[in-house]
Write a protein that binds this ligand. Structure first.
Ligand code: SF4
Length: 396
């Protein structure tokens, strides 16, 4: 029997955010945050539209002033994805945001002015049926917790989150998502792992203030991959300096690489070397272009020679192992065609279509086209495998 990777997803309760459900067996939703002044309605909405086009599924706007709160209803009216209001320092801005038909508010309880004000926000959110993210940040932890732990370390961050969760629960409020962000990768990983052992509220994950791409993408991947592979994370944001639109592709790539959410074919290509005897870069570029928009979770390997080519091609769903000006195409480990270099792209794409058809006929085609319902089932997750729980590939 083929080896099966084993995963266990952090079991979280479901929290509805607009037309999405966060947590449980639902896909890990990709989120971003706008950069213009929120009260600049035209610029904010235009940026959210660009984010939507890039595949963003939840948009967050900052609400530092009354004029920002004043435009929230209009922003919400003009966009299609759920709208989150991000509040720091002024609990009155949280209360003001709750007067608008937005989909969630995010507060940092450590800087909102004490427990009483926090309770006021909780009570109003509860009355409005509005979910909330408790966004604990290592950089703005309560002083008392920093003194107790000596540093804004993971246990201090988790203690802060649990404290605010308890207060919310004492108010009978449970529509909560938690984040434990830091710009330090090790802190992020430890904080989420520690949290996941102690609470079942869904998590929003990210490495905050990661900086400028491409280093920021690599840093985010380093921080988020261990968490994702532990099954933790229900929404994700990759924080990049500048235009937020590239955050979306980066988030989906991290989800794809960790197999937590696969929405497109996986193209495996060798780095090339002196053994290469075909135009591999050109072939891969053409394949990337012509596979764009396809949502099938199919693994396609394209290797430049016979050293690793046949082995890799056999492990992928489809693959090419090339020789001098020609190659062989493998499907499910078997050679199905011999092709000339000039015909490789067309032939491989024909095989992708055929593979999709065969998988669809068998009822085993995995596609990221569906947004909500294609996630793992609870039944799958509870199936014990060697003392752990299997989490199937999440497509969606
Ligand atoms: S598969 Fe062949 S051409 Fe590609 S890097 Fe390896 S040895 Fe070089």
């Amino acid at each position: 029997m083929a080896y099966q990777h084993q995963f266990r997803r952090h079991k979280t309760r479901e929290v509805r955010v607009g037309n999405l459900v966060v947590g449980g067996d639902n896909p890990i939703w990709v989120q971003s945050m706008t950069t213009p002044d929120t009260h600049d309605l035209g610029a904010t909405v235009a940026q959210i539209h660009r984010l939507e086009e890039a595949g963003c599924e939840i948009a967050r706007v900052t609400v530092p002033k009354p004029q920002d709160a004043a435009v929230l209803s209009e922003i919400k009216r003009r966009i299609r994805i759920p709208l989150i209001c991000d509040i720091h320092f002024d609990y009155k801005m949280a209360l003001a945001a709750l007067d608008h038909p937005v989909d969630k508010i995010r507060i940092n309880p450590g800087n909102i002015g004490g427990y009483d004000r926090y309770r006021q926000v909780i009570r109003k959110a509860k009355a409005k049926g509005m979910p909330m993210r408790i966004g604990v940040n290592a950089g703005s932890l309560e002083r008392e917790l920093v003194e107790k732990h000596g540093f804004p370390c993971p246990p201090a961050m988790v203690e802060s989150a649990l404290r605010y969760l308890e207060i919310a629960e004492s108010e009978g409020y449970h529509d909560i998502i938690v984040s434990l962000k830091s710009s330090d990768v090790l802190t992020v990983v430890e904080a989420y792992r520690l949290y996941a052992k102690q609470a079942d509220y869904p998590t929003h994950i990210g490495v905050t203030e990661a900086g400028k791409a491409p280093y920021a993408v690599t840093k985010s991947a380093c921080g988020l991959a261990p968490i994702l592979l532990d099954g933790i994370g229900d929404t994700i944001r990759i924080s990049l300096l500048g235009d937020p639109v590239p955050e979306i592709a980066a988030a989906f790539d991290i989800l794809q690489a960790t197999q937590r959410r696969v929405r497109k074919p996986e193209l495996i290509a060798c780095p090339t070397c002196g053994r290469l005897e075909i135009d591999l870069e050109g072939i891969v570029a053409q394949l990337e272009k012509r596979l764009a928009g396809k949502k099938t979770a199919v693994k396609i390997s394209v290797l430049g020679c016979v050293v690793n080519g046949p082995g890799e091609a056999r492990e992928a769903d489809l693959g090419i192992a090339a020789g001098k000006g020609k190659g062989v195409i493998f499907k499910r480990g078997e050679i199905v065609r011999h092709v000339l270099e000039k015909d490789m792209v067309n032939a491989l794409l024909e095989e992708v279509d055929q593979w999709e058809k065969e998988e669809a006929d068998k009822g085993t085609l995995k596609t990221g086209a569906a947004k909500i319902s294609a996630a793992a089932t609870a039944e799958d997750q509870e199936e014990p495998v060697n003392g752990r729980t299997k989490l199937p590939l999440v497509v969606g």
